[in-house]
Every structure is written in C-alpha cells, then in structure tokens.
Design a protein around this ligand. Sequence first.
Ligand code: GCV
Length: 723
Amino acid sequence: MNSVSRRLLFALLAMTAAQVRAEDGYELWLRYHAIANESLREHYQQAATEIAAPSTLALAQSELSRGLSGLLGRPEPITIQSTRNGSIVLGTPRSSPLITQLDLSLPKAGNEGYVIRSLTHEGHRITVIAANSDAGVLYGVFHFLRLIQTQQPIDALDIHEAPRIQHRILNHWDNLDRSVERGYAGQSIFDWQKLPDYLDPRYTDYARACASLGINGTVPTNVNPSPIGLTAPYLRKYAALANVFRPYGLRVYLTARFSAPIEMGGLKTADPLDPAVRAWWKAKVDEIYALIPDFGGFLVKANSEGQPGPQDYHRTHADGANMLADVIAPHGGIILWRAFVYSKDEPQDRAKQAYSEFAPLDGQFRDNVVLQVKNGPIDFQPREPFHPLFGAMPHTPLVLEVQITKEYLGFATHLVYLAPLFEETLRSDTYARGKGSTVARVIDGSLFGYHTTGMAGVSNIGADRNWTGSQFDQANWYAFGRMAWNPLSSSRQIAQDWVKMTFTNEPAFVEPVVDMMMGSREAAVNYMTPMGLHHQMARTTHYGPGPWVSGGSRADWTSTYYNRADAWGIGFDRTASGSNAVEQYAKPIAAELASTKSTPEQLLLWFHHLPWDYRTKSGRTLWDELVIHYSAGVQTVSGMRRTWAGLQSYVDPQRFNEISAFLTIQEKEAQWWRDASIAYFQSLSKRPLPAGYAPPGHDLKYYESLCFPYAPGHAPLPDAKCE
Ligand code: GCV
C-alpha cells in the first residue's frame, strides 16, 4: 500500500470509528481521539516527535504519551534526553539538568504552576514543560494536550501558569452507605465496603480527571457525617484512597462530626474548651496523620440543620474551629469551617443569619482556619446576590463554596451550564475596599492579603458511567476546576474548550452548543424563579415546583416564607422597612439595593415586596413581566432542544440520544415549573395572563397534588408521602 492509500485508509478508519463507536461519556473531556484533519495531524506530529522525561515523571510522561498516541494516531518514542526536533521535554529543576540550565522563570510558578515554552536547544526545536513539582509538570502536560485537543497552535508557546487559588477542593456529600445527598449520578463512586482491599480503577480515573483541571483536594464524605466515619477501619479506607490520589496531587480531607468525642470516644461532652475533648481530637488527628501523612484537614458543618456544634455548649464558632485548628496545626492541616448556619429558633431573616453570626468573629480564628461561605446568602438558588460575608471579613480567609450538583437547578436531566453563575458571583463587586473589590479578589486573597485561599465545589460525581448523571453536567465539574484555578476565567472560553474536547472542534457544532450552554442558566432562572424569586421548589426532595409550600417544622424551609405572595403583591422586603438585609452590604451596594429603581431587575423580588401592578422597566406590570419571564424560560429550552436535534451528524448516537431525551424531559419540566408557578400566583393575583400567553395546562390542585417521594438525592420520604 502506498503512503497516499495508507493515509486515506487511516482517515476513513478514524471517521468511521468516530461515527460508529458508541460513547457513554466515561472518557470525559480527556477523549484523545485521533485528529481527523490530516494536514493538521501531520503538523502536530512534526511538533511532537518524542517525549523526553526523567523516570521520576513517569505519570506525566505516560499521560502525554497516551494523549499524543491517541490524538496523533501513533505512539511517540520515549527518551531520557531530548534528541531531535519536536522533542517534548518534561522536567523539574530537581529531576532534569536541562531544566536547571534554562532560564524559564520557574520560581514564579510556585509549587503547582508550570511553564510551557517552545525553544531551540542544541540546534533542535523543542517544547519544554517544566515545573517545580511533579504535580506541576502533570498540570502542564494536561494544558499542552488541551491545546492539541482544541486545535491551537503549539509552535511558539510561552505559557506561564500558576493557580490563583491554593485549595481547590471537591466536596462530596457521599454517605457511608454509598447514597449521595443531593447526588443525581447514581451511587457514590467510593465503595466503602470493598475498601481498602479493593481499589476500583475508577479511583485512578477520578484523580486523573481532577488533576487535568488542577483540582488538588477532595473531601470524600458528607458534611452531614456519620459518627463512625472517623473510626479506625474507615481511616484505613481513606488512606487507601489517599495513596491512589497522591501521585495526581490530590489530597484527602475529611468531614468531622463535632460530637464525635461523645459518640465514638465515650466522653460525656464535646465542649471544645474541655481538656478531655481536646485530647480526644488530638489523638484522632495523630492517628489520621500516621495513616495519611499529607492529610489536608477537616471540613466542618456545625450548628446547622441539626448538626452538633460548639453552640451546644454555649461556645462560639471560633471556639470550636480553634480547638480543632490547634490540634491539627502541628501537622500542617487546615480547618474549613462552614458558614452555612441558620437557626430554626431564630426570628431573623435566614438570609441575614450567617453574617450576623460570623462577621463579629472576624479576626478571632486561628491562622489555619478558613471560613467556607456559599456563593449566596440562602442556598445555591438559581440566582442569588453574592453572600454579604464576602467583603465583611478582612481578617479571616474566606473560601467560596459553589454547588456543582444541581440540587436546585433541575437535577441531572436539565442542561444548565453553571459557569455563568460562578462567574456572576466571582465578578460581583463587594465595594469592601472601593470599586473593583470583587468576590474573585476576596477569595484569591489579593483584596485583604489572605494568607490562605480556596474554592470548594459540591461534587456532582457518582457511579454512573458518564460520571455526572448527564453528559452536560460534566461541563460543570470541568468549569469548577478551571475557575478554581483561575477565578478570572471566562465562562464562554471554558465552554468552548469543553465542547471541543468532549465532542468535536467543528465550528458548526461548537458555536450553537456554546451559545446553548451560555443561555441555559438564565433559562432555568426564568422558568423556575424569575426576577429574584427564590426557594420555590417542592419540600424536602427539592424536585419540581412548590411555590405553595407552607407550614411544617420550620418556616424558613417553606416557599411562602420567601415569596410572601398575597392578593396585593409578591417579594421579600429586605430593605429598612423589612428585614434590612441590605445593610449587610457595603454602603454603595446597600444604597443601590434599598431602592426598587436601582435594584437590578433580576434581583427585584429578592429585596422588595411589590404590588402586582408595579411598573417594571419595560413599562409592563410586575404580574405580566413575571408571566413573560416564566414563558421565556420554556421557550429557550424548546430552542435548545431544536438546536440539538439539528446536530446529530456531529455526535455518536449514544450520547446524542441521551442528550436529546434529557432535553425533552427538561422542556416538559420547564413547562411544569412555569405552569405550576403561574397557577399558584394567579390564584392570589387574580389577574389575567397577558395576551397571547397560554394558561397553565392544569388547575392548581393538580400541581399541588404531584408527589415524588422517591426523587433522587434524598432518602425516600416516610410512608412515601410528600407532606
Ligand atoms: C448537606 C442544603 C441541602 C442539604 C445540605 C445543606 C448543606 O440545605 O438541601 O442537603 O446538606 O444544604 O449545605 O449543608
């Protein structure tokens, strides 16, 4: 066979493989499928002819080799030293004399950053991927492969990357029985019963995927932890995981139940100031470090939603956090103390409580305590204003917590790309130190000079073959990792990279899909909770609409507490005439939010209680505007479904069909959200729908009667009943 026919055959094989091979999504964005464009592939082949790496970088070298063999359709020779044009040289100053000789500005890369540079060495054109640590080289390799996956030029590279955030951590809400709280991707990937003896290869694949994004920490256990989670047998299981994760730069952290000294240690108290309690925690921490020498620290949910905490002993959150911080400090660990606290006995607006609790404690925490704060003051709603604690704690490092799993955004079947939500929070201006004091600058430490920085994402990962319950939810894991590395990243750019790596580089596919992703979050806001409405979902399971939800064990778990809708109007007054939550923001923001005229309309009903005939910026009444927003949300989803239907030729059948089916579910459920919400609010407003807008398909009673006691992400409701 001559070379032309060989090439033809290769191209044919590559094309057929792409079209015929069913894909289930397991490969994530690390699909190293051969580049179909022959001249481009040849171009890359010339720029990557061999891999030169010291033996200590076996992992980075094998990833690069795997990537290049797949993408370029041939294995690359591996050498120790660069020998020819197109050599890709990996190294750290410690492992490679060549890297030591070159002036690469490596000190600026820190412990995890890297440099990728094209240069001439001994007459050869080579590419160097260098870092100060093995993990840094691995991150550089993933970046380099991404350039090829997204078909970027690699001939004149001069890339200097270092994470802007130190701790980039996934929080799994995984239970020891393998159920996942608010998880929609099947069981937990952590098979506790078989650990530590059986190590599912998936643990390695998970660590590899995390490393490809620079995620460097994981908390495998729920923040609502079981008391037995810190017993010796479980510590051995975490240690086995830590051994798998370590080469990928991924450290293990654990959740700690504050009352563990009672439940596991047999003590009569868990009072943080009690010497016996402190001694118990010290022994426990020593035991953990003996098994996991690079253990990251504890994540603690205390005095929140029924969890025990220092307030049970009339101590403050600082007393509790500092006790743990003291015993873990000698090992170099940190305490991630969650600020998601609100009390069932507290008459204060729930949106205000975390600030009221923690802002006065600023400066009272040990150096190795960081406060983990959700993006908004309620709870991962489709849209919230930024949390007022950002900007209010100059002396206490704040870590941003976002939710990757979509508890309030339609679970796995709704296509909602979350990066625009993360971006909206990160770019919000707190005005804490004047204009430009964005949340991104708070959490990257540059605003207040925090010595520790972090970003945490509540994981959407489960044992489903596609990892995240849907193909598009992989993009949310991906975006979290990229934004935690650099909170100034653009959500659109991230979407573009992800689409190219996960599907194809074809512009006719990439452009509409990226547009669809970029509009998807606003669509969900519209069909679920437009114009600042929030917490309108069904009780407990959080599946589907429930704007009528009221009564029950606590008011701040009901929808009517938040919508305050009646015959007169709708919305939560958080100005001085109401809960005055606005005063928790810096003056310029507080002033803006105090007036209906200057409050952004997308947050109007978060801050104001307004009559149904209030005139919005469009000149329409609030009632009409709400109906129009709900309807627009449904229309956007219908458009997404149609767009996807036209893209069949670009995607393998398995993923295409799954996504098509999910978009159909989303369209149906968007309509359900719209209709149920309109039916309920119309029963109060008694207003006609604006001309041309269809009435709900059913009466209110019908929507109220729907009950899904086995909805995923939550233990089945007692007696299979919704109330
Ligand atoms: C882990 C919300 C969720 C809970 C979750 C809690 C938290 O309330 O519904 O399932 O508990 O947030 O963040 O701690």
